[in-house]
Design a protein around this ligand. Sequence first.
Ligand code: ADP
Length: 557
Amino acid sequence: RLLSAIAENIGVLLNIARLGHQVNVSLEREYARLEAVRSAAEQLAIAGTPDQALRHLVEAAKQLVGARHGGVAVWSVAGNVKTLVTSELGEPGSPEQRETEAKISDVLGLMRFALVQERKSAVRVNDSPFTDTDDATDGFASVLGVPFRCTDGSIGSFFLADKQPSNRFNPEDERLLSLFSAMASVLLDNLRLYSAEERGRETLNAIHSSMAEGLLVLDADGQVAFSNTAAEKLLGTGDSEIIGKSLRAWLLRSPERFEQPSHSTDLAALIQGESAGSVEIATTGSDRRDLAVSLFPIHVSADESLTGVLLRDVTEERDHERRRDTFVSITSHELRTPMTTVMGFTELLMKGDPSPDRRAAWLEHIYEDAERVIGIVDDLLDVSKIQSGKFDFAVTPLDIRIALDEAAEKMSTASVDHLLTVDAPASLPRVLADRNKLTQVLLNLISNAIKYSPGGGTVAIDAHEDRANERVIISVSDQGIGIAEKDQPRLFSSFQRIERTAIAGIRGTGLGLYIVKGIVEKMDGTIWLESIEGQGSTFFVALPTAKGRAQGTQTAA
Ligand code: ADP
């Protein structure tokens, strides 16, 4: 009896021990699973983008449960798959990939039907229902899917397929997948916010880089936190040069970038002082620009505000104003001066009775000044014709030497201090040009060459063929005062004269070269210059040859 009592107790004890062992084993398994979930969550935290995180999640779930395939799908209300992240499908384009894709698409169909239409809390299929597809692919042997809902109302599912090695998903797998499913829904919400933010950022970047205006943003310490491409271009700097630097210090360090040193100090003072205001500056260099700079506060939050610096290119506006002012001063000065002479001498003639010699000299003055007035009025009319495109041209094949000789002949008496030479080979081909207009161009260039070489010297008029480009190049060079490189680009604009002491006494309207360029371009030609200040200038005019043009027309036809 004693022995059977002991035996019974031993049996109970053994049962307890076995149960204890089982509890231990399942606790350990549960612990291992929790550990795996924790490490998956840790992976998510370090993933670069929510999209990468979602992939980590699928991989982790696959490994944890021991499935061969896995993925996350989200459907739109209309039932289209909006987001699909799956584990490796195989080599892109391989039969294996196509097969897996077909199987996944089957699974998704079933999944959506069960989860959305039948409102099931999970789909667990261990005996494959996917074997009756039309194509030859066999479906997955087992499938487990758990639904989730995103905050935007769309429904999704986390699914696993082909459990290894048993092919049977169990309730424990389902619990685990529910956990992953919840994480996926959070991630997808993040992904949506992230994409919205990314898109916002991209749009903002596109706006900044398409802006013609320059934009700089300064932090509370006046350091450049942001600059767009236009700002860097207008200031003639690269982002690496100013980002993170104090704009004020940069300005004060770079006075050579501005037309006047006061420009950089003015702007620096503005930045130093108020958070709003504006100042106008001009940059130097061949691409000289007038810039209107305005500062405005950017209130980010109650205790954080930045300063915006907007740079607007006002070169054209200022140019326009300058030309308008010059026009007024030219019409008042250049027209008034000769008219005063005309009136003065006319008055003398009316009142007095001068000797015949004096009378002749006065009449000559009157004639010359009246001629000058007519010259200016003609120039103004030419300008208006160029601007309205109403210049009439009669372009014909022309022997350029006739025009060169005619112009040199007309100018031969213009100055006793200058020697005029003409060099044009007889072999020059004919050019297509308007005879009178070409003479006007040459007269203008030769008279400028004489006018701007007050010390005299040679004015050489040359022409040669530029066979490769089927054109003839005429050049007019002098040994005069020359033109500084920085002034050269604006010479061909209307009413542009260069203020220099060397030409203080030389009269002019600043219209000649503008008209010359207008005429040359109307004849399909080009004009440019080479000059060294203090040594002289050469103006070049290239005109198409008649032969080249005829061939060009044929080719075009
Ligand atoms: P204007 O001679 O009436 O001033 P232009 O348009 O003919 O007007 O010339 C514009 C400016 O270009 C002149 O004011 C002068 O400063 C400069 N310029 C033109 N030709 C020459 C030259 N050959 N040498 C030096 N400077 C020149």
